[in-house]
Design a protein around this ligand. Structure first.
Ligand code: HEM
Ligand code: HEM
Length: 180
Protein backbone atom coordinates (compact mmCIF):
# COMPACT_ATOMS: atom_id res chain seq x y z
CA UNK A 1 0.00 0.00 0.00
CA UNK A 2 1.43 3.40 -0.97
CA UNK A 3 1.62 6.25 1.51
CA UNK A 4 -1.13 8.08 -0.39
CA UNK A 5 -3.56 5.19 -0.15
CA UNK A 6 -4.55 4.58 3.47
CA UNK A 7 -6.77 1.72 4.54
CA UNK A 8 -10.22 3.30 4.57
CA UNK A 9 -11.59 0.70 6.99
CA UNK A 10 -9.08 1.59 9.68
CA UNK A 11 -9.28 5.31 10.45
CA UNK A 12 -8.18 5.72 14.10
CA UNK A 13 -4.81 5.80 15.86
CA UNK A 14 -4.32 3.01 18.41
CA UNK A 15 -3.46 3.82 22.01
CA UNK A 16 0.14 2.72 21.39
CA UNK A 17 0.41 4.98 18.33
CA UNK A 18 -0.87 7.93 20.33
CA UNK A 19 1.51 7.27 23.22
CA UNK A 20 4.46 6.91 20.83
CA UNK A 21 3.49 10.24 19.21
CA UNK A 22 3.48 12.08 22.55
CA UNK A 23 6.74 10.42 23.67
CA UNK A 24 8.43 11.69 20.50
CA UNK A 25 6.92 15.15 21.09
CA UNK A 26 8.27 15.26 24.67
CA UNK A 27 11.73 14.03 23.62
CA UNK A 28 11.95 16.53 20.73
CA UNK A 29 10.82 19.36 23.04
CA UNK A 30 13.61 18.35 25.44
CA UNK A 31 16.20 18.54 22.63
CA UNK A 32 15.17 22.12 21.86
CA UNK A 33 14.85 23.24 25.48
CA UNK A 34 18.30 21.87 26.24
CA UNK A 35 20.05 23.20 23.12
CA UNK A 36 21.81 26.17 24.79
CA UNK A 37 23.12 24.00 27.61
CA UNK A 38 24.27 21.43 25.04
CA UNK A 39 26.14 23.91 22.85
CA UNK A 40 27.82 25.44 25.94
CA UNK A 41 28.77 21.96 27.22
CA UNK A 42 30.17 20.96 23.81
CA UNK A 43 32.28 24.13 23.68
CA UNK A 44 33.66 23.47 27.18
CA UNK A 45 34.42 19.85 26.25
CA UNK A 46 36.30 21.02 23.16
CA UNK A 47 38.29 23.52 25.26
CA UNK A 48 39.22 21.21 28.17
CA UNK A 49 40.61 17.70 27.82
CA UNK A 50 38.72 16.34 30.87
CA UNK A 51 34.95 16.99 30.67
CA UNK A 52 33.05 17.82 33.85
CA UNK A 53 30.47 15.29 35.01
CA UNK A 54 27.65 17.78 34.29
CA UNK A 55 28.85 18.31 30.69
CA UNK A 56 29.17 14.56 30.24
CA UNK A 57 25.55 14.15 31.42
CA UNK A 58 24.25 16.97 29.20
CA UNK A 59 25.87 15.64 26.02
CA UNK A 60 25.04 12.00 26.82
CA UNK A 61 21.41 12.89 27.48
CA UNK A 62 21.14 14.69 24.12
CA UNK A 63 22.63 11.77 22.17
CA UNK A 64 20.61 9.11 24.01
CA UNK A 65 17.35 11.07 23.68
CA UNK A 66 18.11 11.58 19.95
CA UNK A 67 18.69 7.86 19.50
CA UNK A 68 15.52 7.09 21.50
CA UNK A 69 13.59 9.35 19.09
CA UNK A 70 14.97 7.32 16.19
CA UNK A 71 13.99 4.02 17.81
CA UNK A 72 10.42 5.19 18.61
CA UNK A 73 10.18 6.58 15.08
CA UNK A 74 11.08 3.28 13.42
CA UNK A 75 8.62 1.54 15.74
CA UNK A 76 5.92 4.12 14.89
CA UNK A 77 6.54 3.57 11.20
CA UNK A 78 5.94 -0.17 11.75
CA UNK A 79 2.73 0.59 13.70
CA UNK A 80 1.64 2.83 10.81
CA UNK A 81 2.14 0.01 8.34
CA UNK A 82 0.08 -2.35 10.53
CA UNK A 83 -2.63 0.25 11.22
CA UNK A 84 -2.62 2.90 8.47
CA UNK A 85 -4.56 6.00 9.45
CA UNK A 86 -6.37 8.46 7.22
CA UNK A 87 -4.36 11.70 7.40
CA UNK A 88 -6.36 14.63 8.75
CA UNK A 89 -9.28 12.31 9.45
CA UNK A 90 -9.66 11.54 5.73
CA UNK A 91 -10.57 15.07 4.65
CA UNK A 92 -12.83 15.24 1.61
CA UNK A 93 -10.62 17.87 -0.03
CA UNK A 94 -7.97 15.84 -1.84
CA UNK A 95 -5.34 18.62 -1.87
CA UNK A 96 -5.54 19.08 1.91
CA UNK A 97 -5.34 15.32 2.45
CA UNK A 98 -2.23 15.11 0.22
CA UNK A 99 -0.67 18.10 2.01
CA UNK A 100 -1.31 16.49 5.41
CA UNK A 101 0.29 13.21 4.36
CA UNK A 102 3.25 14.95 2.72
CA UNK A 103 3.73 17.03 5.91
CA UNK A 104 3.73 13.92 8.09
CA UNK A 105 6.24 12.23 5.80
CA UNK A 106 8.44 15.35 5.96
CA UNK A 107 8.27 15.24 9.77
CA UNK A 108 9.47 11.62 9.71
CA UNK A 109 12.30 12.48 7.28
CA UNK A 110 13.39 15.57 9.22
CA UNK A 111 13.52 13.59 12.48
CA UNK A 112 15.54 10.77 10.91
CA UNK A 113 17.81 13.39 9.31
CA UNK A 114 18.35 15.08 12.69
CA UNK A 115 19.16 11.80 14.43
CA UNK A 116 21.59 10.66 11.70
CA UNK A 117 23.39 14.01 11.34
CA UNK A 118 23.55 14.15 15.16
CA UNK A 119 25.27 10.74 15.30
CA UNK A 120 27.67 11.76 12.50
CA UNK A 121 28.40 15.06 14.24
CA UNK A 122 28.99 13.42 17.65
CA UNK A 123 31.02 10.39 16.62
CA UNK A 124 32.95 11.67 13.57
CA UNK A 125 34.86 14.77 12.46
CA UNK A 126 32.53 15.48 9.53
CA UNK A 127 31.86 19.20 9.98
CA UNK A 128 29.12 19.16 7.32
CA UNK A 129 27.10 16.88 9.62
CA UNK A 130 27.24 19.48 12.42
CA UNK A 131 26.21 22.19 9.96
CA UNK A 132 23.30 20.11 8.60
CA UNK A 133 22.25 19.32 12.19
CA UNK A 134 22.25 23.03 13.09
CA UNK A 135 20.26 23.99 9.94
CA UNK A 136 18.01 20.94 10.40
CA UNK A 137 16.77 22.26 13.73
CA UNK A 138 15.11 25.15 11.84
CA UNK A 139 13.64 22.82 9.20
CA UNK A 140 12.24 20.48 11.87
CA UNK A 141 11.10 23.44 14.00
CA UNK A 142 9.19 24.94 11.05
CA UNK A 143 7.56 21.60 10.25
CA UNK A 144 6.54 21.12 13.90
CA UNK A 145 5.10 24.65 14.18
CA UNK A 146 3.10 24.15 10.95
CA UNK A 147 1.95 20.78 12.27
CA UNK A 148 0.76 22.23 15.59
CA UNK A 149 -1.02 25.09 13.77
CA UNK A 150 -2.73 22.54 11.52
CA UNK A 151 -3.91 20.69 14.63
CA UNK A 152 -5.37 23.94 15.98
CA UNK A 153 -7.02 24.70 12.61
CA UNK A 154 -8.70 21.28 12.72
CA UNK A 155 -9.99 22.01 16.21
CA UNK A 156 -11.02 25.66 15.83
CA UNK A 157 -11.77 26.12 12.10
CA UNK A 158 -12.77 22.75 10.63
CA UNK A 159 -14.21 21.72 13.99
CA UNK A 160 -13.51 18.04 13.34
CA UNK A 161 -12.05 15.44 15.72
CA UNK A 162 -8.50 15.19 14.31
CA UNK A 163 -6.75 16.85 17.27
CA UNK A 164 -9.01 15.15 19.81
CA UNK A 165 -8.27 11.81 18.08
CA UNK A 166 -4.52 12.21 18.73
CA UNK A 167 -5.17 13.47 22.28
CA UNK A 168 -7.35 10.41 22.93
CA UNK A 169 -10.39 12.50 23.88
CA UNK A 170 -12.41 12.24 20.67
CA UNK A 171 -16.19 12.08 20.88
CA UNK A 172 -16.25 10.26 17.54
CA UNK A 173 -15.81 6.53 18.16
CA UNK A 174 -14.43 6.07 14.63
CA UNK A 175 -11.42 8.32 15.24
CA UNK A 176 -10.26 6.78 18.50
CA UNK A 177 -9.32 3.31 19.67
CA UNK A 178 -9.05 2.64 23.37
CA UNK A 179 -6.70 -0.30 22.82
CA UNK A 180 -4.78 -2.09 20.07
C1 HEM B 1 7.94 17.32 17.92
C2 HEM B 1 6.69 17.33 17.87
C3 HEM B 1 5.83 16.50 16.93
C4 HEM B 1 6.14 15.65 15.92
C5 HEM B 1 7.53 15.28 15.41
C6 HEM B 1 4.90 15.12 15.39
C7 HEM B 1 4.81 14.22 14.33
C8 HEM B 1 3.63 13.69 13.87
C9 HEM B 1 3.52 12.72 12.80
C10 HEM B 1 4.70 12.17 12.00
C11 HEM B 1 2.20 12.41 12.66
C12 HEM B 1 1.61 11.39 11.68
C13 HEM B 1 1.46 10.13 12.46
C14 HEM B 1 1.44 8.92 11.61
O1 HEM B 1 0.53 8.77 10.79
O2 HEM B 1 2.34 8.08 11.78
C15 HEM B 1 1.46 13.18 13.62
C16 HEM B 1 0.11 13.17 13.80
C17 HEM B 1 -0.57 14.09 14.56
N1 HEM B 1 -0.03 15.03 15.41
FE1 HEM B 1 1.90 15.35 15.76
N2 HEM B 1 3.85 15.67 16.08
C18 HEM B 1 4.38 16.53 17.03
C19 HEM B 1 3.70 17.29 17.95
C20 HEM B 1 2.35 17.48 17.93
C21 HEM B 1 1.63 18.41 18.77
C22 HEM B 1 2.26 19.36 19.81
C23 HEM B 1 0.32 18.30 18.44
C24 HEM B 1 -0.84 19.07 19.03
C25 HEM B 1 -1.20 20.22 18.60
C26 HEM B 1 0.20 17.27 17.42
C27 HEM B 1 -0.95 16.84 16.83
C28 HEM B 1 -1.06 15.79 15.96
C29 HEM B 1 -2.32 15.31 15.42
C30 HEM B 1 -3.70 15.87 15.73
C31 HEM B 1 -2.03 14.25 14.56
C32 HEM B 1 -3.00 13.41 13.75
C33 HEM B 1 -3.08 14.04 12.40
C34 HEM B 1 -3.95 13.24 11.46
O3 HEM B 1 -4.71 12.39 11.90
O4 HEM B 1 -3.84 13.49 10.26
N3 HEM B 1 1.46 16.80 17.14
N4 HEM B 1 2.36 13.95 14.35
C1 HEM C 1 15.71 14.03 16.46
C2 HEM C 1 16.74 14.11 17.23
C3 HEM C 1 17.53 15.35 17.52
C4 HEM C 1 17.15 16.67 17.65
C5 HEM C 1 15.76 17.25 17.50
C6 HEM C 1 18.35 17.43 17.95
C7 HEM C 1 18.39 18.79 18.15
C8 HEM C 1 19.55 19.54 18.33
C9 HEM C 1 19.61 20.98 18.48
C10 HEM C 1 18.38 21.88 18.49
C11 HEM C 1 20.92 21.33 18.59
C12 HEM C 1 21.50 22.74 18.75
C13 HEM C 1 22.08 23.16 17.43
C14 HEM C 1 22.72 24.52 17.43
O1 HEM C 1 22.14 25.46 17.95
O2 HEM C 1 23.82 24.62 16.88
C15 HEM C 1 21.70 20.12 18.51
C16 HEM C 1 23.09 20.06 18.54
C17 HEM C 1 23.82 18.89 18.56
N1 HEM C 1 23.33 17.61 18.59
FE1 HEM C 1 21.39 17.10 18.30
N2 HEM C 1 19.42 16.56 18.01
C18 HEM C 1 18.96 15.29 17.76
C19 HEM C 1 19.71 14.11 17.76
C20 HEM C 1 21.06 14.03 18.05
C21 HEM C 1 21.81 12.81 18.18
C22 HEM C 1 21.24 11.40 18.03
C23 HEM C 1 23.10 13.16 18.47
C24 HEM C 1 24.31 12.30 18.73
C25 HEM C 1 24.33 10.99 18.90
C26 HEM C 1 23.16 14.60 18.49
C27 HEM C 1 24.30 15.35 18.69
C28 HEM C 1 24.39 16.72 18.65
C29 HEM C 1 25.63 17.46 18.67
C30 HEM C 1 27.06 16.87 18.74
C31 HEM C 1 25.29 18.83 18.60
C32 HEM C 1 26.26 20.01 18.46
C33 HEM C 1 26.45 20.81 19.66
C34 HEM C 1 27.34 21.99 19.21
O3 HEM C 1 26.88 22.90 18.50
O4 HEM C 1 28.51 21.97 19.51
N3 HEM C 1 21.88 15.11 18.24
N4 HEM C 1 20.86 19.06 18.36
Amino acid sequence: MGWLEPNLKNPGYTKTQRHAHWWVTALVAGQYLGQNALVAATQRMDAFSTPSFADFLITSYHSLAGLAILVVLVWRWQLRRKNPVLAAGGMQNKSWAVLARAWHLSLYLALVGMALTGVASYYTDITAATQFHAVGKWVLGTLVIGHVLAGLVHWLVFRDQVLQGMLGISRDADTIRSSD
